[in-house]
Design a protein around this ligand. Structure first.
Ligand code: 6PG
Length: 469
């Protein structure tokens, strides 16, 4: 029997789709799932691709049927399950064999696992895979972390299964250790922010303008042919158009307004704070999810304070204002994500390839959007320049920030919560204010703690004439 080119453990939705994708691209794949029934059902339903799939009922089987040096993909829940799986697998593997964690791992865990692999003389890659079920099956965006030599060993497979933008594969090596999972984490932070801003604009349409779901869907579908063209704009149009089979009602009206989260957005916010990187739009999006989960508390709040009079007076905002606000918000949220990637480099000893990251995100992943091609061009010219200052995006912001202000100001006036869009606007305003108010902070710090301050007219550390206080 011909041995498999690669092994895969974990036949949940993502693992199963990835295995079919690998098989379809002409690679033999050995698969194993903790529950044997799942493995059997998977191979029985793989159709013609089953020729390329070797179902294994034990880890020993998986090892025995895989070509040496082996590469085994783990697609199991992030966290302790990954460590348990590695512990079960390692004693069965040769030193040259490689484990590839393709789940949504915390990059700190990946850094640790990569270091453990190095000290044990073995091989480990941590790869971020984006695109959901559809992406895993037909071409995800793949962000790879680990040694370059390990990447080179499996790049032909990962490139083959990845999405292609024109002919360019959306699979790239990001750097050592947890670099791939860090990039995936930031991807998810941007995903949270983009989703939240879309939800806020939907709220303005639904509550402020009293548009029905069909009207909202048509607007989003129209936007999806312009500068806002993106996967998330497209699916928003689709979910707005969907009707519940049971009641015939718009699906969105049936769905409870309590958002779930597996934590990657939160990790992005936590890392940004560690790195002192400003990502307020992403932070606002995480906060909004946290607050959305407090449904009962929000209901109590409405009982106590009354709901805000959210209906906007006729003509306060146009649909074009909403589109322009979303364009500005989107530029600012991606800007913050890229700035966070840049801030990580000196701290983690990486050289994250920002233009390549923008390219890898152009197809296959959840945040794919036509803007990313322009971001890739801007970052190629100057990778560490904040995207706001790249002429192409400066122009976009100059054309759209007034609409963002109008939408946020109107929302605030009438009680429509727009936390992510408002954060984008405050970031924009702070970023164009040369004389900020932090002189007051410095004076206060010096007053109560003698922390010192700088003066405009003299070098060195200074103290104020605060006297005895
Ligand atoms: C992707 C998604 C994917 C998953 C997130 C959802 O890139 O394909 O980001 O990884 O949908 O884990 O995360 P939350 O459950 O936190 O929303």
């Amino acid at each position: 029997m011909m041995k498999s080119d690669i092994g895969l453990i974990g036949l949940g939705t993502m693992g199963a789709m990835l295995a079919l994708n690998i098989a379809e691209k002409g690679f033999k794949v050995s698969v194993f799932n903790r529950t044997t029934k799942t493995t059997r059902e998977f191979s029985e339903t793989a159709g013609p691709l089953s020729e390329m799939i070797t179902p294994c009922e034990s880890l020993e089987d998986l090892i025995a049927t895989s070509k040496k040096p082996r590469a085994i993909i783990l697609m199991v829940p992030a966290g302790t399950t990954v460590d348990e799986q590695i512990a079960a697998l390692r004693p069965l593997l040769d030193n040259e064999d490689m484990i590839i964690d393709a789940g949504n791992a915390n990059f700190h865990d990946t850094n640790r696992r990569a270091a453990e692999a190095v000290s044990a003389g073995t091989h480990f890659l941590g790869i971020g895979v984006s695109g959901g079920e559809e992406g895993a099956r037909h071409g995800p965006s793949i962000m790879v972390g680990g040694s370059e030599a390990s990447w080179n060993r499996v790049s032909h497979i990962l490139v083959a299964i990845s999405a292609k933008y024109d002919a360019t594969p959306c699979a790239t090596w990001m750097g050592e250790g947890g670099a791939g999972h860090f990039v995936k984490t930031v991807h998810n932070g941007i995903e949270y922010a983009d989703m939240q801003m879309i939800a806020e604009i939907y709220g303005v349409m639904r509550d402020g303008m009293k548009l029905n779901t069909t009207e909202c869907s048509e607007i989003f579908a129209g936007w999806n042919t312009g500068p806002l063209q993106s996967y998330l704009t497209g699916i928003s149009a689709k979910v707005l158009a969907a009707k519940d089979h049971k009641t015939g009602q718009p699906m969105l009206d049936i769905i409870v307004d309590r958002a779930g989260q597996k934590g990657t957005g939160r990790w992005t916010a936590i890392e940004a704070q560690h790195l002192a990187a400003a990502i307020p739009v992403i932070e606002a999006a995480v906060t909004a999810r946290n607050l959305s989960a407090q449904l009962e508390m929000r209901q109590n709040g409405e009982n106590l304070f009354g709901s805000a009079p959210t209906i906007l007076p006729e003509g306060s905002l146009s649909v074009d204002n909403l589109e322009a606000a979303l364009i500005a918000g989107k530029v600012l949220c991606y800007t913050q994500g890229f700035a966070l990637l840049s801030a990580a480099n000196p701290v983690f000893g990486w050289s994250l390839p920002l233009p390549e990251i923008a390219k890898v995100w152009r197809k296959g992943c959840i945040i794919r959007s036509s803007m990313l091609n322009d971001m890739a061009s801007a970052l190629s010219q100057s990778p560490d320049r904040n995207l706001m200052f790249a002429p192409f995006f400066t122009n976009i912001l100059n054309s759209n920030h007034n609409a963002l202000r109008k939408v946020v100001a109107t929302g605030i006036t009438y009680g429509l919560p727009l936390p992510a869009l408002a954060s984008a606007l405050s970031y924009f305003d702070m970023m164009r204010t040369s004389r900020s108010t932090a002189n007051m902070i410095q004076a206060q710090r010096d007053f109560f703690g003698a922390h010192s301050f700088e003066r405009f007219d003299e070098d060195g550390a200074h103290h104020g004439p605060w006297g005895s206080h």
